[in-house]
Design a protein around this ligand. Structure first.
Ligand SMILES: Nc1ncnc2c1ncn2[C@@H]1O[C@H](COP(=O)(O)OP(=O)(O)OP(=O)(O)O)[C@@H](O)[C@H]1O
Ligand SMILES: [Mg+2]
Length: 373
């Protein structure tokens, strides 16, 4: 998947990347909410999930299988852990890419204990044979283990104890229908509002022993792209900045000075995002301009611009993808502090009509880009 790989390659030195960084795991786990009450936001999913868990407790049975989908950094892994915690059940963690053969999955399934929660991260990346084995395991709590090869191969049925599968995916659209159908509950995580991120930050600051004003939280939250992972990461940078400058109470000014220094602007755009936007507006008059031309103008790979910068710019309504190329939206000029010119491409009725279908924010990660140049 070019999109994912591209994002991963470029994620490293990006403060606003939604993907987790290799050395971030430990820091993150220290800030993970441990139960549903501590989990901020996602009201709908939280309410539905809490009902599913409560019902299973009342029935004295393991909970229905749960699928969690949504963009990176919104809390899928956290929720999986909370499910096990709330069920008072042990948690087994594996992931799609780790399960390349049906045998890998059989080994995990056959060692599960009753009521255990099995968390399969990136479940859309599991191999086909493993997936088929999982169908039966989910539905009938049974697997057929194949022994031997060729004509002499026999399959031995093996009963499994009841367990709860929690699958997580950033690309629900890539899951085959039969797999999706076998989940009793699907929770789709949405981007967080600034107010919700303030609550996430308030909690994290408490755990990190930071003194911070309400405006300080707002400042960090509004630069966090609707993503708790980014919010917590920015908070750590703000903490560093305050420490070095000998500031012990972090207010809006401290937060914004720190994040300005890290080149994360008021709307959460970093240097790459801004240079794409600036090129589009100043060099190309707001477009339309082809993706590859735009990429050359900012000195980046086409793929970097498309997979790293564009999704958020589109989501924020700053950039549009049209059949004739990329265009800047009115908000782009506003954001750069410039006046919107009279004949900008986004005002062109022809382009608008074609663009209408593509204009929806890219919140649905599964939707293919509608228009390519
Ligand atoms: N609702 C929330 N309340 C508080 N903190 C949260 C919430 N959601 C996520 N976080 C924090 O954000 C970090 C990232 O969350 P998590 O690892 O669960 O994301 P994810 O959806 O699994 O991402 P990925 O797709 O990359 O695996 C965690 O450290 C957690 O502390
Ligand atoms: Mg995760």
């Amino acid at each position: 998947m070019a999109r994912e790989d591209g994002a991963a390659v470029n994620a490293r030195d990006r403060l606003v990347s939604p993907a987790d960084e290799p050395d971030e795991k430990q820091l993150e786990s220290a800030l993970r909410p441990a139960n549903l009450d501590e989990f901020v936001g996602q009201k709908r999913v939280r309410r539905q999930l809490s009902l599913v868990l409560e019902a299973s407790r009342l029935r004295g049975r393991s909970a229905d299988h749960v699928l969690l989908s949504g963009p990176p950094g919104l809390g899928k892994t956290t929720l999986a852990m909370i499910i096990a915690e709330e069920m008072g059940a042990p948690l087994r963690i594996s992931s799609g890419p780790a399960i390349q053969h049906a045998g890998d999955l059989a080994a995990i399934l056959s060692s599960l204990t009753e009521g255990e929660v099995l968390f399969l991260d990136e479940i859309h990346r599991m191999s086909r044979p493993a997936e088929e084995m999982l169908y039966m395991a989910m539905e009938d709590f049974r697997v057929d283990i194949v022994v031997g090869k060729g004509a002499g191969a026999t399959s031995i049925p093996l009963d499994l104890p009841p367990f709860t599968l929690v699958g997580a995916t950033t690309r629900a659209g890539l899951l085959p229908g039969p797999l999706r159908d076998r989940f009793g509950f699907t929770g789709h995580l949405e981007f967080y509002s600034v107010e919700e991120l303030e609550l996430v930050l308030r909690r994290s600051a408490g755990l990190m022993d930071l003194a911070m004003t309400a405006e300080g939280f707002t400042e960090v939250a509004s630069r966090s792209r609707g993503t708790p992972r980014i919010a917590n990461r920015l908070l750590r940078r703000v903490r560093d900045w305050a420490l070095v400058h000998g500031i012990d109470r972090i207010d809006a000014r401290t937060s914004s000075a720190a994040l300005d220094m890290y080149e994360v602007d008021a709307r959460g755009l970093d240097r790459l995002d801004r240079s794409v936007l600036e090129a589009l507006v100043t060099k190309f008059g707001g477009g339309p301009v082809g993706l590859s031309t735009l990429a050359i103008a900012v000195g980046e790979e086409t793929e970097t611009v498309e997979t790293v910068a564009e999704p958020y710019l589109v989501r924020e309504g700053l950039l549009g993808r049209t059949p004739r190329g990329r265009i800047a939206m009115a908000a782009a000029w506003d954001h750069l502090g410039l006046a919107v010119p009279e004949h900008a491409a986004f005002q062109d009725p022809g382009l608008r009509a074609a663009f209408g279908a593509a204009a929806s924010p890219a919140a649905d990660e599964d939707a293919p880009p509608l228009f390519e140049d």
